[in-house]
Design a protein around this ligand. Structure first.
Ligand code: TMP
Length: 270
C-alpha cells in the first residue's frame, strides 16, 4: 500500500478511530467495548479482535475476529427478532460496531447444551459429543474474579440475582434461542453443541422486560461440522486447533453472511 502523503484525504480507518475516540467509553470487556450511544437508552457495541480463554489466562489478537462476530451477532439477533424473541440489537453501524439497546445485564451466563462438551464433560465424565437426553440449561454467576462459577436457581433466588418469574422467562427464552439456533445451524450442516447467552432487563414505564443481550457468535457457541466433526468455534483458539478466522469465516460463508468480502484484513467503514 502507498504511504499517505500530505493532502491525501483522511483514510476511513483513521476517521473511524477519531470518531471512536470522541465517544464516552462505558465499559471495556475481554472481547467488546461499550460506548455511550447517540440517543438515550442506546449503546454502541464495538467488537475487538482480542480473544481470551480460561478466564483470560490465554490471550491473543486474531485479525478479523471482531468484524466476523459483529456480522454474525447481527445475523442471529435479526433472526431472533423475526421469530419474536426480543433482543438488544438495533442496527449495525459499521464493520466493528452495532447500535444496541442499553439494558441492565442479569449477572448470569445462561448456557444451553444439546451434546456434552467442555466443562460439562469434565465435570460429569461424559464423553464430548454424547447427545444429551434433552437440552440442559445451566447458569453461571458472572464474576471473573471467581471464574464464573456454576450456580443453581436456589443461589440465584436467595441472592436476588433474578426473581422466580425472571427465571421462568429466562428458561423459556434460552430454549427458544436453542430451537432457533439449532435449526439455523442444521440447515447449513453444523451441529449446535452448546451456547451461552446473556439476558438484559429493559424498563418500559413500570414494566420490566427481559431481552437477549451481549452477543451470539462463534465465541459463545460450540459449532461442529455435522459430517466431519470439525470445530468451527472458539475451541479452535482454546485448544490450538488452527486458524480461528478461517473457522468463523466458514460459518459466515455457509450462512450467507459476508459472501464476497475479504474479512481477514478489514480496513474500511461499511
Ligand atoms: P463450557 O463448556 O466451557 O462451560 O462452555 C459452555 C458454552 O459457553 C460454550 O459454548 C462456550 C460458552 N462460553 C462462553 O461464551 N463464555 C465463557 O466464558 C465460557 C466459559 C463459555
Amino acid at each position: 500500500m502507498r504511504t499517505p502523503t500530505r493532502g491525501d484525504s483522511i483514510p476511513l480507518l483513521r476517521l473511524e478511530r477519531s470518531l471512536m475516540a470522541r465517544r464516552k467509553k462505558i465499559y471495556e470487556g475481554k472481547a467488546k467495548i461499550l460506548y455511550e450511544g447517540p440517543e438515550p437508552g442506546t449503546i454502541v457495541q464495538y467488537f475487538k479482535d482480542d480473544a481470551t480463554a480460561f478466564n483470560a489466562e490465554k490471550k491473543d489478537v486474531i485479525d478479523g475476529k471482531g468484524v466476523l462476530n459483529n456480522r454474525l451477532s447481527e445475523f442471529f439477533m435479526n433472526g431472533l427478532t423475526q421469530i419474536g424473541i426480543p433482543n438488544h440489537f438495533i442496527r449495525r453501524l459499521n464493520m466493528r460496531e452495532q447500535l444496541v439497546r442499553n439494558c441492565e445485564i442479569v449477572p448470569l451466563e445462561v448456557i444451553v447444551r444439546n451434546y456434552a462438551a467442555g466443562s460439562m464433560s469434565k465435570r460429569l465424565g461424559i464423553a464430548e459429543g454424547t447427545q444429551l437426553p434433552r437440552p440442559i440449561v445451566e447458569y453461571c454467576y458472572k464474576d471473573d474474579a471467581l471464574g464464573d462459577p456454576l450456580v443453581t436457581e436456589e443461589h440465584i433466588a436467595a441472592f436476588g440475582w433474578a426473581s422466580q418469574q425472571d427465571m421462568d422467562d429466562i428458561l423459556s427464552i434460552a430454549l427458544r434461542v436453542n430451537d432457533f439456533m439449532s435449526g439455523v445451524m442444521l440447515a447449513v450442516g453444523i451441529r449446535l453443541v452448546d451456547f451461552k447467552i446473556e439476558i438484559g432487563r429493559v424498563f418500559d414505564g413500570d414494566y420490566q422486560r427481559l431481552i437477549v443481550a451481549d452477543e451470539i457468535s462463534p465465541d459463545s457457541c460450540r459449532l461442529w461440522d455435522i459430517e466431519t466433526g470439525q470445530k468451527l468455534d472458539k475451541d479452535v483458539f482454546r485448544r490450538d486447533l488452527g486458524n480461528l478466522t478461517d473457522a468463523y469465516s466458514e460459518v459466515a460463508r455457509r450462512l450467507g453472511v459476508l459472501p464476497n468480502t475479504n474479512v481477514t484484513k478489514p480496513t474500511l467503514i461499511n
